[in-house]
Design a protein around this ligand. Structure first.
Ligand code: MN
Length: 406
């Protein structure tokens, strides 16, 4: 990634982006990091530049990209908060300082310390959710480039990622980020299991070469023939960590796993989701007990989709997710996706800046968690509570009077 490529990427989704700010932040970070090198021997500046690049995939605004470029300057160079405030303004200064505070936290230390540090982390990100987005991108780039680190440091960082950052990304609705963080950590935390599952998945995809494509085509043709012209179908094999987790939680061997493939049907609007569901259920047999409607009842991290499992073409059990384009963006980018819909497409109830408003469930979860910080004064209890909340999936029940409780 080069400086000009970064600017071009931002301009692609935000044509009026402040180019001067981006260039100024780059030049400042470059000068400050000077001759510093990463463990790999690469010039240090390659790291903040890649972190910024990850954030362009989430279509973040230029202030956030500038913060990414500057994120290690206060901690690792002679830069100061005052200097950054003066050059880039108070807002950027505050965000860079927030990231500096988080960097010093050790989240896999002893229980009591870990609890205290988790509180500090949540406090820092509650100020401005962009701190969390930059932190997640920073962690992702570090996880992608860990091979030159000493083994003990690798293990510690992987553990922290698996325990705290991956679930946080999930809680904020950022499923792609969560999945990549989990798989990178899995590789270092449990290398043997990682190798085995990865090898099995490779064998499987060789043996079934072309099958995913075939099922995609068949699904798409059927939907189009039934009048859903714009339906997109995308299939994929699951990732090693999610396969491993399923084997563990259900005590299954690899051979017993039936749904290693997932297919996604993306359509224009909500009525089309239910039409697609009807078409698929009419054509293929449904596996009982697997149907979930997260469109009528969204998850707490704003996720919406219909899930079902069918005995599909080629007699394979396949998992299907049916959703609109907007739901798909939110499923992949979570709170970051709300910025894509700032212009308010109205149709599906998009509100400007939803990520920062109480209408976002993900953000209000963060708010509530932070409020509970003030109440409990036992840090270990808080740690258990928060960890529980992070890992818990959602359960719905009805009261005798018919009220729905999540
Ligand atoms: Mn960094």
């Amino acid at each position: 990634m080069r400086q000009y490529e970064l600017v071009e990427r931002v301009q692609k989704y935000k044509p009026d982006a402040n180019e001067a700010l981006l260039n100024k932040a780059y030049v400042y970070a470059m000068q400050k990091h000077g001759q510093q090198k990463r463990a790999s021997g690469d010039p240090y500046i390659s790291h903040p530049l890649e972190v910024a690049a990850i954030l362009t995939e989430l279509h973040m605004d230029e202030s956030t990209i500038a913060v990414a470029l500057l994120h290690d300057t206060i901690e690792d160079t002679t830069a100061t908060r005052a200097e950054i405030d003066e050059l880039f303004g108070e807002e950027i200064g505050r965000l860079v300082e927030g990231l500096t505070k988080i960097k010093k936290l050790d989240l896999v230390s002893k229980k009591a310390k870990q609890a205290e540090n988790l509180r500090k982390l949540l406090l820092a990100i509650s100020d401005d959710v962009r701190v969390l987005l930059v932190k997640l991108a920073d962690r992702l780039h570090n996880m992608r480039t860990m091979e030159h680190m000493p083994a003990d440091k690798r293990a510690r960082i992987s553990e922290e990622t698996m325990d705290i950052y991956a679930p946080l990304a999930g809680r904020m609705g950022m499923q792609d980020m969560r999945e990549e963080l989990e798989n990178l950590s899995f590789r270092h935390i449990n290398p043997e299991a990682f190798e085995t599952v990865t090898r099995r998945l490779e064998e499987l995809s060789e043996r079934n070469e072309g099958l995913i494509k075939k099922i995609e085509d068949e699904l798409r043709e059927l939907l189009q023939a039934e009048g859903l012209k714009a339906a997109q179908v995308k299939g994929r094999q699951k990732k090693p960590y999610s396969v491993f987790r399923k084997m563990q939680s259900k005590s299954l061997s690899f051979e017993q796993l039936s749904d290693v493939w997932g297919f996604r049907i993306i359509v224009d609007d909500i009525p089309a989701c239910y039409r697609a569901l009807g078409i698929v259920h009419t054509r293929w047999r449904v596996v009982p007990g697997r149907f979930k409607d997260y469109i009528s009842t969204p998850k707490q991290n704003d996720y919406q989709s219909i899930h079902t499992t069918i005995v599909g073409p080629s007699r394979q059990r396949i998992e299907l997710q049916i959703r609109t384009r907007r739901m798909n963006d939110i499923a992949e980018y979570g709170i970051a996706a709300h910025s894509l819909y700032k212009d308010g497409e109205g149709k599906e109830g998009a509100s400007a800046d939803a990520a920062l408003s109480p209408t976002s469930n993900a953000y209000s979860w963060l708010r509530r968690t932070i409020e509970s910080l003030a109440e409990g004064d036992n840090p270990e209890e808080f740690l258990e509570h928060t960890k529980l909340e992070l890992f818990q999936d959602q359960v719905f029940c009805f009261t005798p009077k018919g009220q729905l409780i999540a």
